[in-house]
Design a protein around this ligand. Structure first.
Ligand code: ADP
Length: 419
C-alpha cells in the first residue's frame, strides 16, 4: 500500500480545501478529512486534516493539532505542513505561534518557516509586511474581521508575542537569489537563536524557490501558496508520479443550496452580485437571539423555490459591529453558524446533496452538521475553491469558500460548474 507523503493540518475547513486544491493542481492526489478520521485512507499522496482551531483557546488548538500530527505520522507521512490563513488570522494569544511551538517540539525539530503569501489571491509578503492586494493587511478589510481583526501588518511583530521562540525574517533580497541562498539563510537562522522565520514572497517564482529550499524540513507552515513548490520536491526524490489528474466526481442529479456566513469584503461583493438576479434570504442574528424559529422559516423558503437559492447572514462591518455590540462577537458567530448548519442538515434530509458554503468557520460548522468525514478534492471553481465530493457512503458535493476568495460572480460560477 502506498503511503501518503505530505501530512497537513489546517486550522479551518476552507483553508484546508484551499491547500488541498493547490496540491491537486501540483499533481498530488489529495484527501481532506474533517478532523481525524476513524479509518485508514488509501490512494492518496497528501492528506489534509481540517480542524477548526483558528479561534479556539490556544491550549485546545495545540491539543487537537498534536493529535492530528500523531495520526498523520502513523499514516506514514514524511513531511508536515501547518496551514493557516494567507491573512495570518490570529490574535496576540495565538493560535499560529502556540501550535507551531508544539508541532516543532513533537517533531523534535529546531526550526520552521512561516510563509502566508498567496500571490495569485493578492497576498504578498515583503520585508515581513503582509499585503492584501495593494493594501497593508492592517488597512485591508481584515481589520474589521468579526473574530480575528488584523491591525498590524508586520508579521515578525505579529508572531513574536504568540511564540516562546525568537522570530527572524528571510527577506526578499535573499528569496530572489534562489533556493540555495534561501537554504543558507535558514541555516543561519538555525545557528542563531531564531526558530521560526517569516519568509517574504511576492510571486509564485518566490514560492517555488522557497518550496525547493524547504524540501528537507520536517515542518512547514503557511498559507496554501507555500505548497506550490512541494510536489516537485517529491517528484525529484522519485516519490511522486509525473502527473495525476484530479478526482472527477460523478455527475448526480440532486438539489443545490448556497449558504453564506462570511462577512468578508469579497463575499459581500459576491452576495450583492447574486442578489441582483437571483433569490436570497437574509438571516438576522438578533432574531435568532430572540428565539424566533428562523431556521424553519428559511428551510420552507428554500423548499419553495425550484432553482438554487442563497441563505445568508453576511453583513457589512457596521451591521456586524451593531450585532456584536449587542450579543458579543463569539456568541453572535456561534448563533449564525448553528442556524446555517441546521438549515443545511434539514435540507439534506429533504434530499439536497449539493452545498455551496461561504465562510471558513461557517463551512466548518456546516460540514460537521452534514456529518461529512472527508472530501476528495476535484477541479477548482476559482483558485483555492474546488468542487469536492464527500468520501462517505451517501456522497455529497460541496464547494467551501474561504471568505475573501473568488471573483464577483463566484456564486453563479459555482452553480454553473457543479458536477
Ligand atoms: P470568513 O471566511 O469570511 O472569515 P467565517 O465564516 O470564517 O467567514 O467567519 C465569519 C463569522 O462571522 C462566523 O462566525 C459567522 O457566524 C459570523 N457572522 C456571520 N454573519 C454575522 C452577522 N450578521 N453578525 C455577526 N456575526 C456574523
Amino acid at each position: 500500500m502506498s503511503r501518503p507523503l505530505l501530512g497537513c493540518i489546517a486550522d479551518d475547513f476552507t483553508g484546508g480545501t484551499d491547500l488541498a486544491s493547490m496540491l491537486v493542481k501540483g499533481g498530488m492526489r489529495t484527501i481532506q478529512t474533517i478532523g481525524i478520521p476513524q479509518r485508514r485512507l488509501t490512494g492518496t499522496d497528501a492528506i489534509v486534516v481540517a480542524l477548526k482551531t483558528r479561534t479556539m483557546p490556544a491550549a485546545q488548538a495545540v491539543r487537537e493539532s498534536l493529535d492530528a500530527l500523531r495520526w498523520l505520522r502513523q499514516e506514514g507521512c514524511r513531511q508536515f505542513y501547518f496551514k493557516y490563513c494567507s491573512t495570518f488570522d490570529s490574535t496576540p494569544r495565538g493560535n499560529i505561534g502556540p501550535v507551531l511551538d508544539a508541532l516543532m517540539r513533537e517533531l523534535d525539530t529546531r526550526f520552521t518557516i512561516a510563509c502566508p503569501a498567496l500571490p495569485e489571491n493578492g497576498r504578498t509578503v515583503y520585508k515581513g509586511h503582509l499585503f492584501v492586494g495593494d493594501e497593508l493587511l492592517s488597512e485591508s478589510g481584515m481589520r474589521n474581521h468579526p473574530l480575528t481583526p488584523m491591525t498590524d501588518a508586520n508579521l515578525v511583530r505579529l508572531l513574536a508575542p504568540q511564540t516562546a521562540h525568537r522570530v527572524a525574517l528571510v527577506d526578499h533580497g535573499v528569496v530572489a537569489k534562489g533556493h540555495e541562498a534561501i537554504r543558507a539563510a535558514f541555516d543561519r537562522c538555525r545557528q542563531g537563536d531564531a526558530r521560526i522565520a517569516i519568509v517574504d514572497a511576492i510571486d509564485n517564482d518566490d514560492l517555488h524557490r522557497i518550496g525547493a529550499a524547504a524540501a528537507d524540513m520536517p515542518l512547514l507552515s503557511g498559507g496554501s501558496g507555500l505548497a506550490l513548490g512541494l510536489p516537485e520536491n517529491f517528484r525529484r526524490a522519485g516519490l511522486l508520479a509525473a502527473s495525476t489528474r484530479a478526482a472527477r466526481p460523478r455527475a448526480r442529479p440532486g438539489r443545490m443550496v448556497l449558504l453564506s456566513g462570511s462577512c468578508s469584503v469579497a463575499t459581500n461583493v459576491q452576495l450583492e452580485r447574486w442578489l441582483r438576479h437571483r433569490p436570497g434570504l437574509k438571516i438576522d442574528p438578533l432574531a435568532l437571539h430572540r428565539g424566533e424559529d428562523v431556521v424553519a422559516g428559511a428551510v420552507a423558503w428554500v423548499l419553495g423555490h425550484d432553482e438554487p437559492v442563497l441563505v445568508y447572514a453576511s453583513a457589512r462591518p457596521d451591521e456586524v459591529a451593531r450585532v456584536q455590540a449587542e450579543l458579543g462577537a463569539g456568541p453572535a458567530g456561534l448563533l449564525v453558524e448553528a442556524a446555517l448548519s441546521s438549515i443545511a442538515a434539514r435540507l439534506r434530509q429533504a434530499g439536497f446533496d449539493k452545498f455551496v458554503v461561504a465562510g471558513g468557520e461557517t463551512s466548518g460548522a456546516v460540514v460537521k452538521a452534514l456529518e461529512v468525514t472527508g472530501l476528495r478534492i476535484g477541479e477548482p471553481i476559482t483558485p483555492g475553491v474546488p468542487w469536492t465530493q464527500s468520501i462517505d457512503a451517501a456522497p455529497l458535493s460541496l464547494a467551501l469558500k474561504s471568505g475573501n476568495f473568488g471573483t464577483a460572480d463566484f456564486f453563479a460560477e459555482a452553480m454553473r460548474q457543479c458536477p
